[in-house]
Design a protein around this ligand. Structure first.
Ligand code: SF4
Length: 373
């Protein structure tokens, strides 16, 4: 434990965001790092709990108190080694993970939790800045061939670990760029895509080969894939949308799934031409159905495109901002969370179910029929 009284001396301090009026005019990230010294103070708040609930709250079991201590002691490089021992890509999670570790933090019971996600991101960003993130090629090759199908974070991590174990790994992706939902589902303003590219450079140096446009079962024969490899890892994503099938008017023009909308903008940001069927919120009044992170991503993207008005519908009731944690801690509580995108200019409506979509004479959606409660 770095500073025994750190949690008594220092309050929680989070990374600020750039002003709304500025950030909605571009597609870059807008979270401002705290800087080394302020981050070390935040790390000093960690109590190095006998039972670190943060560790179990973290889906990859990051050894959080260990690297908090290392950051407090200014040993960032060792903190990076420790962080990488459980997490191949902390620069992704340090940006887009919802941080269940912080809800599970013991300090969260009667104080503000440690800014774990901020510290994680600072460690790995510093690692890249300092040139500490280097390829780790295997000392010996096994001559085993492994295909990893799906290049989202799970597929990338599997490919990297397998390559470091000495196997010949090909990472296969059906789209035209590696990264899965990281590449095309997460808006650039939440995670810039050069972060994927710099990891790909490391992985290529470790022996991973990348194959895009390879849709197994469509343009890649399954039997041939199995015959050519000693093992195949299936790391496909979860792209099936939740439809409102059967809702009257569902087939009207102007009703889109998030994953038809969001990738288009990321592709345009990457330099691709706008598709002929571009979904463009510029000047539109729109409704986002769904109150979760995907809905927020649609709001942030629509705001930057220049939507006139955005209303978001959530089927559940409005949760409390400060639920009784004695009933749920260390688990993920249902609480009111207003995302950065929601704050940029949108209205939220709770307990709303969509009963029907109403169209105009041209077959385009113009309204929906809601039901409260
Ligand atoms: S639960 Fe919180 S205070 Fe305890 S070790 Fe984890 S981060 Fe530190």
């Amino acid at each position: 434990m770095g500073k025994v009284t750190g949690f008594l001396e220092f309050g929680r301090s989070e990374r600020p965001y750039r002003p709304i009026g500025e950030r909605v005019r571009h597609w870059q990230e807008f979270v401002v790092p705290l800087g080394d010294e302020a981050t070390r103070k935040q790390a000093a708040r960690c109590m190095d709990c006998g039972i670190p609930f943060c560790h179990n709250g973290c889906p990859v079991n990051n050894q959080i108190p260990d690297w908090n201590d290392l950051v407090y002691r200014d040993d960032w490089r060792e903190a990076l080694v420790n962080l990488h021992s459980t997490n191949n890509f902390p620069e992704f999670t340090g940006r887009i993970c919802p941080a269940p570790c912080e809800e599970a933090c013991v300090l969260n019971i009667n104080d503000d939790p440690v800014t774990i996600k901020t510290i994680e991101c600072a460690i790995v960003d510093k690692g890249f800045e300092e040139g500490w993130v280097l390829p780790q090629p295997a000392a010996a090759r096994t001559a085993k061939r492994v295909a990893v199908v799906g290049s989202g974070p799970a597929g990338m991590a599997a490919a990297q670990q397998l390559a470091r174990a000495g196997h010949d790994v090909v990472l296969m992706e059906k789209e035209d760029r590696i990264g899965g939902l990281l590449r095309y589902g997460i808006p650039d303003f939440k995670m810039e895509k050069h972060l994927i590219d710099q990891r790909m450079e490391q992985m290529a140096a470790e022996g991973v080969t990348f194959r895009t446009g390879a849709h197994v079962g469509v343009n890649v024969d399954v039997e041939e894939l199995l015959a050519a490899h000693d093992a195949v890892v299936l790391a496909g994503g979860a792209e099936a949308p939740r439809d409102l099938a059967g809702t009257p008017g569902r087939d009207l023009d102007g009703i889109h799934f998030a994953m038809d909308f969001l990738p288009q903008q990321n592709r345009i940001n990457a330099g691709d031409p706008a598709p002929a069927d571009r979904i463009d919120a510029t000047g539109r009044k729109l409704v986002v159905i769904g109150g979760g992170d995907t809905g927020s991503d649609c709001i942030g993207t629509s705001t930057r495109q220049g939507a006139e008005r955005i209303v978001q519908l959530e089927i559940f009731d409005e949760p409390e901002e400060n639920p009784d944690l004695s009933l749920v801690w260390p688990y993920w509580p249902r609480r009111l969370r207003i995302s950065s995108s929601q704050k940029e200019g949108s209205e939220q409506r709770y307990e709303i179910e969509t009963m029907a979509f109403l169209g105009d004479a041209a077959g385009r959606v113009r309204a929906l029929a809601p039901r409260r409660g």
